[in-house]
Write a protein of this length. Structure first.
Length: 270
């Protein structure tokens, strides 16, 4: 073999590979890590929020699909409204969303205000926690659905891991909606969820017309595999999220001024 065809001694000592082999090896390693973490693989799918700051904080520029995510609402209206908007982005008439409700009925008009219309939603009521957990795991294995949301309360690592594996097996996205207060969630167990979000209502800004302004949230991404945490204030405008610039987003817990209005302008539960 000609001497020029051999890699240099410095490359051999450093472990570097010639040409594009090193880049290919790094890409393969990143893919392997994503597979281990359950956040992607060949043909990884994501849902961009359409908000540059949030998409930049998420792996691959959007919310990873086909895995488990956790939403924790400081107020029930904040979490429910944000979840409705999220499911509306994923659900279709051919692949609807399934919402497992605990103890209350969903309000169709309130959900439709965030784009989640009845033709793209299946609602299941499960009073007992064990029934809700069973229904969510079974639904996550059904590839005819796009997303499954469960109001199942706090989960231990084993329970959340089962849901994550079910989502991975079908490619259906799972969403855990926890309405417990932050204080009640202190000391919560580890979770297999790929992302964890904390949501709280933010005061509405006065609009041109009299009355309540557009719904707003304080949104905190507390944990994200392959991404980075952050906090933002989002406003629901023209059927989508818009970041509110120039606001203090250092805390996702809202102040309580007299004129503060929760983001769930339309009641989502009856």
């Amino acid at each position: 073999m000609p001497r020029s065809a051999l890699p240099s001694s410095s490359a051999c000592l450093s472990g570097e590979r010639p040409g594009g082999e090193r880049a290919a090896a790094l890409a393969a390693l990143r893919l392997r890590v994503r597979r281990i973490e359950g956040i992607g693989g060949d043909g990884v799918r994501v849902m961009p929020f359409g908000v540059a700051a949030i998409d930049a904080a998420l792996p691959e520029g959007g919310l990873p699909l086909g895995c488990l995510h956790a939403l924790a609402g400081e107020e029930s209206g904040a979490g429910t409204a944000f979840a409705a908007a999220l499911l509306a982005r994923l659900a279709t008439a051919r692949a609807p969303a399934l919402w497992i409700v605990r103890g209350r009925d969903l309000h169709a008009a309130g959900l439709a205000a965030y784009g989640l219309t009845p033709d793209r939603l299946i609602a299941v009521r499960a009073v007992e926690r064990r029934d809700a957990l069973w229904a969510m795991e079974e639904a996550l294995r059904c590839s005819a659905l796009s997303v499954v949301l469960g109001e199942v309360g706090a989960l231990d690592l084993t329970e959340s891991r089962r849901l994550q594996l079910a989502a991975e097996s079908s490619g259906v996205t799972g969403v855990l909606l926890d309405g417990a207060s932050r204080k009640a969630r202190q000391g919560e167990a580890a979770s297999a969820a790929v992302t964890r979000w904390r949501l709280a209502p933010a005061p509405s800004r006065p609009g041109d017309e009299p009355g309540v302004g557009a719904p707003r949230w304080r949104v905190a991404l507390e944990r994200c595999r392959g991404g980075r945490p952050g906090a933002w204030i989002l406003e629901w405008t023209d059927g989508g999220w818009v970041e509110s610039a120039g606001e203090d987003t250092g805390s996702a817990t809202p102040p309580a001024p007299e004129r503060a209005v929760e983001c769930a302008v339309n009641p989502l539960v009856a």
